[in-house]
Design a protein around this ligand. Sequence first.
Ligand code: FAD
Length: 395
Amino acid sequence: MKDRYDVLVIGAGPAGSIAAKTAAEKGLDVLLIEKRQEIGDPVRCAEGVNKEYLKKHVEIDKQWICADLKGSYIFSPDGTRIEMAEEISGGEVGYVLERKVFDRALAEQAAAVGAEVRVKTRATGLIIEDDFVKGARLMHLGKEYEVRASIVIGADGVESKVGRWAGIDTALKPIDIETCAQYLIAGADVNQEYCEFYIGNEVAPGGYVWVFPKGEGKANVGIGILGSKMGKFKPRPVDYLNDFLQKRFPDARIVEMVFGGVPVSGSIEKTSANGLMLVGDAARQSDPITGGGILNAMDAGKLAGEAAYAAISAGDVSLGKLEEEYEKKWRATVGHEIDMSLIVKNCFINLTDADLDSLAHSLKDVKFERMSLLDLLQALFKANKKLLWDLRVLF
Ligand code: FAD
């Protein structure tokens, strides 16, 4: 088995597969490894993405689309409904994907342009020499072996160890993580053209409940609660979710369960080291308000693949070079967006249910059709001077 590559990518989620594909397209010798035996399974995601944004990265294939949405409804604590066209739903709706098929298709695309893919292969540590990451130790079917690479890309998701192994602080405090529980339900009366969001401290403290249709009476129904709002004696996310399900879809059958965390920290201080870059959830690049991370992971994966090519071509894989080629670029794009979202999140988590209702009342009769999230926020905060002040840096 080959044991030397230009680039080793650890983790075949959207971030890793796009990084591998981008680097392989440029002619680099790439190995993409995935610890699970099937890429994309089990799914830990509500699978919502923005249509236009997704098209930047891949040609749309109906095989991995479960629902093509027209928009979304947001319900405030007293049940006031705000209707939004898909363009302003924070970039997280548009399509609901079948990630088991989607993630696998991305890895297949990487393989089609020359990347080698090894499944059931787990990274167990990094090879670090003279302060440079030089590869990783891998485990496959109980056997451990080493693979060397000029650059390692850590795309190992929210529970990432790669960053820590390289001495990068990726630790998340309770306020930096949404703890999620989700059911795939079947046999329910689900509007297949709209997704639904429910906000409020009674329904989901510091987070929200979502209903994302998946075709034929099915939907992902889930909840995310901010870690800092949870406690030993407080109900768990799954308890809130059960309450919600009982009220909204009393006859639904649960056919799958998902538990997981979403980083909502905003950008972290460092995502590169000598010979190493972190991408996607491993680099905490998901959106602090919505928790959406698929598209940011793909953006960052592409930047990291390009950066790997630039650094290897220049014969310089030092931290300085990777900061210039990767770190600076993702911070100016994905990073800027998530930092803006963090400001909004920090403001929203302090709102009472009465505040949320009053904001919803001010928007109830506004007919949103084509607007950006920023336009929506502007309309919202005109009705509330205190919020406008807290969020002034955004405008
Ligand atoms: P992942 O998709 O997590 O991929 C990481 C991969 O690395 C995994 O396949 C893992 O098995 C592998 N791996 C880990 N360790 C190793 C190792 N040591 N060796 C080899 N392989 C390893 N985002 C959205 O955009 N829209 C949503 O609707 C949405 N809903 C969500 C709902 C829930 C309940 C959760 C938990 C998350 C949700 N997200 C959503 C977030 C989204 O799932 C992630 O942001 C996205 O998957 C990040 O992609 P990634 O490639 O960085 O990581």
